[in-house]
Design a binder for this molecule. Structure first.
Ligand SMILES: C[S@@+](CC[C@H](N)C(=O)[O-])C[C@H]1O[C@@H](n2cnc3c(N)ncnc32)[C@H](O)[C@@H]1O
Length: 204
């Protein structure tokens, strides 16, 4: 599979938009999730680790998964994160990791995954009972957020009501949306949601 972020990885951390997004999303996660030093966290589509690096100090460990080696190379170079962060070039929507997490977070990666239902199903399978999600992505937009013809973009954002129904169908409860930030660009305004929810715990 070709690495669609090979070029973008070079400037990712210094790019204004990436910085704005990760700062808004990181703050929203910190505001909405009670992090503890016992938590095992999965960062889905971790990229260069802009979100991972904000969360890692407050938890036991972050497992950063991504399918772009170029993005992960930048993350691996952040030696200050080595103690807390496990980096895996792996697609959990295709094959499951042999581990369950307390929290799965994701920033701006879900619109790159074609089959949203399968992805949410895999999130659920990778969570402990009662585990949480904190997922951020674009609200529905007109397709102008990315340059025309950008490869690997499968969704022009997500409708909150539809996304909530999907989460519900995959066993998530206490679903709560907030607006993490709004990206202002020449082409328009692009609100970004953060949804937090909990995997229902089965009682025996
Ligand atoms: C827009 S970037 C966001 C990176 C990072 N979360 C951030 O906020 O800076 C999207 C990332 O999702 C990754 N990605 C796309 N599909 C993926 C998949 N199936 N599994 C894991 N990562 C994926 C891409 O390789 C890319 O690094």
């Amino acid at each position: 599979m070709s690495d669609l972020f090979k070029e973008k990885a070079k400037e990712w951390d210094t790019n204004d938009r990436s910085q704005q997004l990760s700062s808004g999303i990181g703050s929203a996660i910190l505001e909405n999730i009670h992090l503890t030093q016992s938590m095992e966290v999965l960062d889905f589509g971790a990229g260069t680790g802009l979100i991972t690096s904000q969360i890692a100090p407050f938890v036991k460990r972050v497992t950063a998964v991504d399918i772009s080696e170029s993005m992960l190379e930048k993350l691996r170079a952040k030696t200050e994160l080595q103690e807390k962060v496990q980096v895996l070039c792996h697609d959990i929507t295709v094959s499951r990791l042999n581990q369950e997490f307390d929290l799965i977070m994701s920033a701006m990666a879900m619109h790159h995954v074609k089959d949203t239902e399968n992805m949410l199903n895999q999130f659920s399978k990778h969570l402990k009972q009662g585990g949480q999600i904190a997922l951020a992505d674009l609200d529905s937009e007109d397709g102008t957020f990315h340059k025309a013809g950008t490869e690997g973009v499968f969704h022009n954002g997500f409708d909150r009501t539809y996304f909530s129904e999907l989460l519900n169908r995959h066993g998530f409860i206490d679903i709560k949306f907030s607006t993490a930030l709004t990206v202002k660009a020449d082409t328009g305004l692009y609100p970004v949601f953060l949804v937090v929810a909990r995997k229902v715990a089965v009682t025996h």
